[in-house]
Design a protein. Structure first.
Length: 109
């Protein structure tokens, strides 16, 4: 019925993406005292068996970055190589100071 006034366009009942059903586990609250740091809170959630496994896994992933730094954030390969080169170049075969250029006996050459 194209072109009939009031019958075309606009919202239609039942149209669109179906509504997602709410999961009752999403409404879970965790009681804590206000003295915890964020890391302590994440570790508490991770170790609590009453919390859903999905939430415990997310807490573990988030807490891991604070407990175990990445290789690039600590001393990396380049810094380690530079330190080894510096240690190898300091000794008998290391760089020596250039000789002093002094005029012999005060004579002009």
């Amino acid at each position: 019925m194209a072109g009939v006034k009031g019958r075309s366009g606009g919202a239609r009942p039942g149209a669109g993406r179906p509504k997602k059903e709410r999961d009752p586990e999403d409404d879970l609250t965790i009681a804590t005292n206000g003295d915890q740091s964020p890391l302590e809170f994440l570790l508490t959630v991770m170790n609590d068996n009453a919390v859903a496994d999905k939430l415990r896994l997310e807490a573990a992933k988030t807490a891991a970055q604070y407990c175990h730094p990445k290789k690039g954030e600590s001393s990396g390969k380049k810094e380690e190589a530079e330190a080894r080169a510096k240690a190898a170049g300091a000794g008998r075969y290391g760089r020596r100071q250039a000789p002093k250029l002094v005029a012999a006996g005060g004579q002009k050459v």
